[in-house]
Design a protein around this ligand. Structure first.
Ligand code: PHE
Ligand code: ZN
Length: 881
């Protein structure tokens, strides 16, 4: 908590540090009620910083940053030293030499650390989280990513309670001490910034495997967990080996230490962390077994293991100069993990999943009060900038570069980037420059993607000239104003296009015979002409979602039906169905708003029937095409959000499709309801997804017989995917069989109450349920013994689940907002990062219908008026109002 008002910092003010730290030697003495941290730093002056001051007696003061530390002693060059000041979180050292050794001893209290930044305890084990600015909660330091240092870490602790002592690098010494204590010393040969430091101490088991790198080095791989979870590590280990191999094959990147470790912890603010040689994971992102994890979780584990592993090059060997460059490592690494997942599983499905996230969460962020470019110009609290914009839009920007350069030149660019900047802390500009230098392409205009926020809109019109046999496409781009950016310069937007004739066949677009072409849109308005076109074609625009933009083209419903059936681009085929569903639901919402009823457009019902009955369709594609747009994505695309109507209209559409195609859906469900050993492979996942999509439709009909299918699947399931899907279907079928719901929930609790990650799912499905997730029920969930108010996963499950519940959270008396506000004000005192994140739904207030809008604004006003807010919550609330 800050006493004074938090202040913004600016990219334009960046200055290199006055001192560097060559070597960092740390000793941690861990005790039950405190920890002593001894830090010995070899410091030398940064001679490139010409501050105008010269000479030994006129050196700049050394300003180290620390947060909540009790400073015990200071020594310089082995002698007690007193010419220092401790002021507002800084340790200022005066009268210095060009180079010297600084030793400090600090006392900290990990047991009392509820922020989960710095050193803290989770389930009896010690662990750290230092990104972005957590290291300052451990000791006084130059806690900024451009200061890279070699670290050694000595840990001492009670041997019985903490038999395992881990840090970055290789362990070089271990031994016994008095009083039942022991120690281990670790040495990391690679220079790194403090945010990549990690320490773990606990009573942990591990699984071990090995990987031989492409140059023939043997690497030991270990995954550590509490004993009762040790049988849930296999999938993560397989994923790790696949990642190591893939990074060698696709990027030529080899692992560089003798050991690579992953530790699972239950209390973690984010998904996982790429600390050098010692990744620390939220246990929900590493543990998986067929009995406890759904397909979605298996895939998430694979993706996150890969993501953190890939950071070893894109993030650790080459790191960020400052936190404004966060997307340098995150955007690139998300692009890398997304391509990895596409290679390991179904490329088409992965693309749809990624675009869904982008279009719901990121477009909403880009249209809201926290909108920022992927390289922000300023921030108050960096923790607020671990966003879908930095990560997912950042990845789309790298994907566009990949598309513009082509795979081969892109690889040359990444090789050059890694080679040129190995061991350095660099900027997004360095990345783009390497891509330009290696490919010879000019990315000058493209760079605007880094500096301009907002989602560009393409307004597209076309005309066909019968006499000239010419088809013309006019593309106009614009970008809505975002905070601090009223006017935007045009972007360089790669638009992949195809043209379909009346039979649904692809037209040839150029001399080389291609049926698919990338239009490089660079001007505000551009016209593209295609000759020798025999009849008016139907355009398939932005194939595979070639740029993160919104496309406005006046497709009729017939056009969309045609594309759903004929487009050779899977992504656009799916997207046509989404557009159609969107327009039908929109129209219904508009009718409800005027107090009218409206039945579901038959064309949508028929189109979904065609998909259900199309036996030539790939099962994965079929499952995707049958998924209606989520409530969140409907809300994002609405001009004004009517939460109750969106929920109602979507439900009605789902039910109408189910009723019209009940027999086919049931037959399809039946045909896929076969038992075989669980494998988390793409084809099997597609079968299960499709089967469970059918079940979800069927149970939306108020029909006991359909509910019985769900009950049958629930009890007969041999894996968590099928069991959990059945549970969700029973719950979402509504309250017409409350007894069954209670019975199934109780059974599930009984079966899995000892598995905290499964309980997260049990909690979130209830909190997010339109019928069950009432405010009253949320309160009982928070009293339940499986709930833990110190666990971010539990808070996300219950409070996050509730805040995504269109019907209950947005109840018209405003009590949903009041409740969330109370919870997050309370939480802000303990874990500001999580409090700030849980506030996101409220920040979207301007988009809602007047009643909700006013009530959400009031809730935000109340937060703003609360004294002693964290900088995290302060930044979000002030920017939102
Ligand atoms: N750097 C982590 C990742 O994306 C995310 C993270 C950020 C974790 C901050 C913890 C704290 O892989
Ligand atoms: Zn990352």
């Amino acid at each position: 908590m800050k006493d004074s008002q938090p202040k913004a910092i600016y990219l334009k003010d960046y200055q290199a540090p006055d001192y560097w730290i060559d070597q960092t030697n740390l000793t941690f003495d861990l005790y039950e009620d405190h920890t002593m941290v001894t830090s010995v730093l070899s410091i030398y002056r940064n001679l490139d910083n010409k501050s105008g001051k010269q000479g030994e007696d006129n050196l700049p003061e050394l300003v180290l940053v620390g947060d909540d530390l009790e400073l015990i002693s200071v020594e310089i060059d082995d002698k007690p030293f007193s010419d220092f000041k401790v002021e507002g979180g800084f340790l200022k050292i005066l009268s210095l030499k060009e180079s010297f050794t600084l030793k400090t001893v600090c006392r900290i209290n990990p047991q009392e650390n509820t922020s989960l930044e710095g050193l803290y305890k989770s389930n009896g084990m010690f662990c750290t989280q230092c990104e972005a600015e957590g290291f300052r909660k451990i000791t006084y330091y130059l806690d900024r990513p451009d200061v890279m240092s070699r670290f050694t870490t000595r840990i001492t602790a009670d041997k019985t309670a903490y038999p395992v002592l881990l840090s970055n690098g290789n362990d070089i010494e271990r031994g016994e001490l008095d009083d039942g204590r022991h120690y281990v010393t670790w040495e990391d040969p690679f220079k790194k910034p403090s945010y990549l430091f990690a320490l773990v101490a606990g009573d942990l088991q591990h699984v071990e495997d090995h990987f031989t790198t492409m140059s023939g080095r043997e690497v030991t791989l270990r995954i550590f967990t509490e004993a009762h979870n040790i049988d849930q590590c296999d999938h993560a280990m397989i994923s790790l080996k696949k990642s190591m191999k893939w990074d060698e094959e696709v990027y030529g990147r080899e692992y560089d230490l003798d050991i690579f470790m992953i530790v699972a912890v239950d209390h973690f603010n984010m998904g996982a962390m790429e600390n050098k040689g010692l990744n620390i994971f939220n246990s929900a992102c590493v543990l998986a077994s067929p009995e406890t994890a759904t397909d979605a979780r298996f895939q998430r584990v694979e993706a996150i293991v890969a993501h953190e592993y890939f950071h070893n090059w894109s993030g650790n060997r080459v790191t960020c100069r400052d936190w404004f460059q966060l997307s340098l490592k995150e955007g690139f690494t998300v692009f890398r993990d997304s391509e990895f997942s596409a290679d390991m599983n179904s490329r088409g499905v992965k693309r749809i999943e990624d675009v869904n996230v982008l279009r719901t969460a990121q477009f909403a962020e880009d249209a809201g009060p926290m909108a920022h470019p992927i390289r922000p110009e300023s921030f108050i609290e960096i923790s607020n900038f671990y966003t879908v914009t930095i990560y997912e839009k950042g990845a789309e920007v790298v994907r566009m570069i990949h598309g513009i350069l082509g795979a081969e030149a892109f690889r040359k660019g990444s090789d050059l980037y890694f080679e040129r900047h190995d061991g350095q802390a660099v900027t997004c500009e360095d990345f783009v420059k390497a891509m330009e230098d290696a490919s010879g392409r000019d990315l000058t205009q493209f760079r605007r993607w880094y500096s301009q926020a907002g989602t560009p809109v393409l307004n597209i019109t076309d005309e066909y000239n019968e006499d000239k046999k010419q088809y013309k496409l006019t593309i106009e781009q614009s970008c809505p104003a975002t905070p601090g950016q009223k006017e935007k310069e045009p972007f360089h937007i790669p638009v992949r296009l195809g043209l379909l004739d009346a039979e649904g066949d692809e037209l040839v677009l150029n001399e080389s015979g291609a049926t698919d072409q990338v239009l490089d849109v660079k001007q505000e308005k551009e016209v593209f002409a295609f000759d020798n076109i025999e009849e008016r074609p139907l355009p398939s625009i932005l194939r595979s979602f070639s740029a993160p933009v919104r496309v406005k083209y006046d497709y009729s419903r017939e056009d969309l039906l045609f594309l759903m059936e004929h487009d050779s681009d899977h992504f656009n085929r799916w997207d046509a169905g989404q557009r159609l569903a969107n327009s039908v639901i929109d129209e219904m919402v508009a009718a409800f708003e005027q107090g009218r009823e409206l039945s579901v457009d038959r064309s949508l019902i028929e189109a979904f029937g065609t998909v259900i009955n199309d036996e030539s369709l790939d099962l994965a594609v079929k499952a995707e095409m049958l998924s209606l747009p989520s409530e969140a994505s409907l809300a994002e695309q609405a001009v004004e959000v009517y939460p109750q109507f969106i929920h109602q209209a979507r439900q009605q559409v789902k039910k109408a499709i189910a009723e019209a195609h009940k027999d086919s859906l049931e037959a399809l469900w039946q045909s896929l309801n076969v038992h075989k050993p669980y494998r988390p492979e793409a084809e099997d996942i597609a079968e299960r997804t499709l089967k469970n999509t059918c079940l979800s439709y069927l149970t939306s009909i108020e029909d006991k017989a359909m509910l019985a299918l769900a009950e049958q699947q629930y009890h007969g399931a041999s894996n968590m995917t099928d069991r959990f899907a059945a549970l969700v279907s029973v719950i979402n079928a509504g309250n017409h069989d409350r007894e069954l719901i209670d019975e199934v929930l109780a059974d599930f609790l009984e079966l899995y109450h000892q598995d905290t990650n499964v309980m997260d799912q049990w909690l979130s499905v209830q909190a997010a349920s339109p019928s069950l997730g009432t405010l009253e029920h949320i309160l009982t969930l928070m009293q339940h013994e499986v709930f833990d108010e110190t666990s971010p996963n539990k808070l996300r499950s219950v409070l996050g689940g509730f805040a995504g519940n269109m019907k209950q959270f947005h109840r018209t008396d405003g009590l949903g907002y009041e409740f969330l506000t109370d919870q997050l004000l309370d939480l802000d005192k303990k874990n500001p990062q999580i409090a700030s994140r849980l506030m996101t739904p409220l920040t979207r207030w301007r988009k809602f219908e007047p009643g909700c809008r006013e009530r959400m604004r009031k809730a935000l006003e109340r937060i703003k008026a609360t004294p002693g807010l964290s900088s995290d919550v302060y930044e979000v609330v002030t920017k939102s109002l």
